[in-house]
Design a protein around this ligand. Structure first.
Ligand SMILES: [Fe+2]
Ligand SMILES: [Fe+2]
Length: 507
């Protein structure tokens, strides 16, 4: 961030906040305490990180130190815990100079915690004994792309929250408030938080870009990554405050959180593994290149009722290519091997894979390269080849739509990429079923001699509509109802999962 731009950005952020009427930093939360906490949330964590499966986080200005986590038990007893500061890599320099993150585990369930606050701001403090409602969304930030080579400007209207043309508005704040109104037990975020990857372009004769994204925190030009602390405030913490206040969040990393994009913010604010430093993505030297990496696979068990558990297995699929099989497969396969181990069949346990890139996801037909089909993220499909038989469902996003794809003999793929980021193509008829299956070329021959292509889908369903999904378990094991809602909270479709079958209908 260059000197002199900070004040302008803060004013723009506050103006955006006022316009969106978000209950953020209001007198009843951080402002009243004077603690300086700018955002607070609770992440779902593996057992190895937190016995409560929960870790509270706070975002504070650099220099003021971390607040305490104050948990209150059912008997009114207060448990004070020191929060540990998460410090971004020194080589992120000016981009992350202004904000710090803080963390502390929520105390064990045996303590009977009923509520928790960080610096006076209430954070979600418990998970239910049995889960009945899980919210899911992904791909949420406001797209600002101004590519030089080849020159192409792709900008979403970040200052407009409602509309009909998906390119012309950014509904994340309203979507978040709708999710909060659902009061889910937990929210699953499937990756791609960060989209402010370029400065807002100068106006042209035809387009008033400044009206769409003027004041958006720009990347630091000299750096080889795109994100900044203020960028994360604008794209994530301000619009998503209602989601963070409502329920713990299980988050996985998207390709927009690759180290050369929004990865520094991911590791500072959202990575949960004990072995990943908040500086994991930082370049070796200021202005230097970043190195591709992968965060550890982990799992979380949500009890549904006595004798029935949902295990969510989280895999980092930030890297890899959409339409090519590359050498990244070797690294990525290790993550899916761990996931296969974590999802091994156990009586009463049903497993879902939760990862950003779909194993079987259909891009719009316009996006496919010549000679290739529009199956996306084939690096992941190849990396997980032969390792997905344990799942009842695979949840992902990456394609900015709501989608279900069923490949014969494989678990269904659900895509919840309609959280707020502009879709590549807004016309529903572009999301056609390819003639051949994943890992095939357009002529049906294998993309690689190492993998026999899958058959094409025997079922697919796509909706180009901003919103989220609410997953509700049915009485019978392995049966779920997935309700698709638009960003105002209105239901527009329902999908039924039964065993490894899935079908959707308008409703
Ligand atoms: Fe995305
Ligand atoms: Fe993505």
């Amino acid at each position: 961030m260059k000197t002199g731009t900070n004040d302008r950005i803060i004013i723009a952020l506050l103006a955006a906040l006022a316009a969106l009427s978000i209950p953020f930093l209001t007198a009843s939360t951080a402002g009243a305490t004077g603690s300086g906490v700018l955002a607070a949330y609770t992440l779902v964590a593996p057992d190895t990180v937190s016995v409560s499966n929960l870790q509270a986080r706070a975002v504070v200005p650099t220099g003021i130190g971390c607040p305490q986590l104050v948990a209150t038990t059912g008997t009114g007893r207060k448990i004070n815990k020191k929060m540990t500061m998460r410090v971004p890599g020194a080589t992120t320099g000016a981009a992350f100079a202004s904000l710090r993150a803080c963390q502390a585990n929520i105390p064990a369930p045996t303590e009977g915690v009923r509520s928790a606050r960080v610096g006076g701001v209430t954070v979600p403090s418990s998970l239910p004994e049995t889960f009945s409602k899980i919210a899911m969304l992904g791909d949420t930030g406001c797209r600002i792309d101004d590519d030089e080579n080849p020159p192409e400007i792709d900008v979403q209207n970040c200052s407009k929250t409602t509309g009909t043309d998906p390119a012309d508005y950014w509904p994340l704040a309203i979507n978040s408030r709708s999710i909060a109104r659902e009061k889910p037990d937990m929210t699953v975020f499937t990756g791609d938080f960060f989209y402010r990857e370029d400065p807002c372009p100068a106006n042209t004769l035809e387009i008033d870009y400044q009206l769409m994204c003027g004041g958006s925190p720009p990347p630091v030009q000299e750096y080889e990554f795109d994100d900044s602390d203020y960028g994360w405030m604008a794209d994530v913490f301000i619009p998503m405050a209602p989601v963070f206040q409502t329920a713990p969040v299980l988050a996985v990393r998207g390709n927009h959180e690759q180290c050369d994009r929004g990865g520094n913010g991911w590791y500072l604010f959202f990575e949960i593994s004990a072995s990943s430093s908040p500086a994991a993505c930082a370049p070796a030297v200021i202005g230097g290149p970043t190195t591709p990496d992968i965060a550890p696979t982990w799992s979380f068990d949500a009890p549904i009722r006595k004798g029935r558990t949902l295990r969510m297995v989280a895999v980092d699929s930030a890297y890899g290519r959409n339409f090519d099989i590359t050498s990244w497969v070797t690294t990525q396969r290790l993550a899916y091997e761990s996931a296969a181990e974590l999802s091994r069949p156990v009586k009463g346990r049903e497993s879902w894979l939760v990862t950003h890139r779909p194993m079987f996801g259909i891009e719009p037909v316009e996006e496919a390269n010549a000679g290739l089909l529009q199956w996306t993220s084939v690096d992941q499909t190849a990396a997980a080849y032969g390792l997905i038989s344990n799942y009842d469902l695979m949840v992902a996003s990456h394609v900015h739509v709501a989608q279900v794809v069923k490949i014969p003999g494989q678990p269904p793929q659900m895509v919840v990429g309609n959280g707020g980021s502009k879709p590549d193509v807004a016309s529903q008829s572009s999301y056609t079923r390819p003639q051949y299956g994943p890992l095939a070329k357009a002529d049906g021959t294998p993309l690689s001699p190492n993998y026999t292509p899958y058959p094409t889908a025997n079922y697919d369903w796509t909706a180009v509509k901003y919103g989220y999904v609410i997953a509700t378990p049915n009485q019978k094991a392995r049966q779920w109802t997935m309700t698709h809602k638009d960003y105002t909270g209105k239901r527009f479709a329902t999908c039924a999962l039964s065993g490894r079958q899935m079908a959707c209908g308008a409703s």
